[in-house]
Write a protein that binds this ligand. Sequence first.
Ligand code: PMP
Length: 310
Amino acid sequence: MGTYAFFKGKFVPLEEAKIGIITHAFNYGTACFEGIRANWNKEQEKFYVFRIREHLERLEQSCRILKIKLPHSVAEMEKLVVQLVERCGYREDVYVRPMGYKSSEIVGVKLHGLEDDFLLFVVPFGPYLDVEKGARCCISSWRRIDDNMIPPRGKITGLYVNSALAKTEANENGFDEAIMLNSDGHVSEGSGENIFVVKDGALLTPPPTDNILLGITRATIMELARTEFGIDTVERCIDRSELYLAEEVFMTGTAAHVTPVVEIDRRPVGKGGVGPITHKLQKLYFDVIFGRSRKHLSWSTVISPRLVKV
Ligand code: PMP
């Protein structure tokens, strides 16, 4: 099956979407991106694309930090995402990657006076971490980069070197995922996930000022916990040792969904299995993102893939 990209203002076969080697974004990490899941509901043979608008609004905000002028409005980008998913004709979970980038082919480290462009591609994308067994994590020796270095509030490609260093260190040391502390020593986030702690039956999560990406899954879980289970979330600084003593810990992200954390630094979290609060939030979250919760359908954009390729 051939697949398509949206590149330089039009839909093209993926293999034709190529950037030149002098492109600014490739040389200096000057691009902002998003990851949006289109979840394939097998019974209905439809995609449920989760919170597309919020992702594209965050893309706009990330781009403001990097002085990237997107050539399309959020509403236009939303239509382009839908058209691309329809056109690609996949029938499995896919991940859509929108990107705004410094497209000038020019040498020189700066943000101003450059051309910008926007692209989209789609890849099949199954589970990222083991959502059933849970993840074994370590505290990374890499610190989360600070807002005054590269703002983690933006989803900026260059920033992901920080995440990649942490992820590879964790994997090569036999762990599934890294948990990064910020430069103050407080818990920040995973390499591509936000983190939650269950303490005395309530949820704790690091505040926006602890160098986290303001996750859309994080916001979704906070809302579902409050409205469906009456569980409040407190946003406050979290110490490393609070992770060791937590009743439950889980990570959230578009890729990671709700992944239980069952071990941290070779210490079992709580009783070492998937905790009851994590379990019920995860179950509800899957119902929501696959369009099985009628009450939450407004969060999804429904797409029926074309049977005949265009
Ligand atoms: N933190 C980082 C560093 C991430 O890359 C991601 C994935 N986008 C998240 C948190 C989770 O964000 P979201 O729930 O919006 O996918």
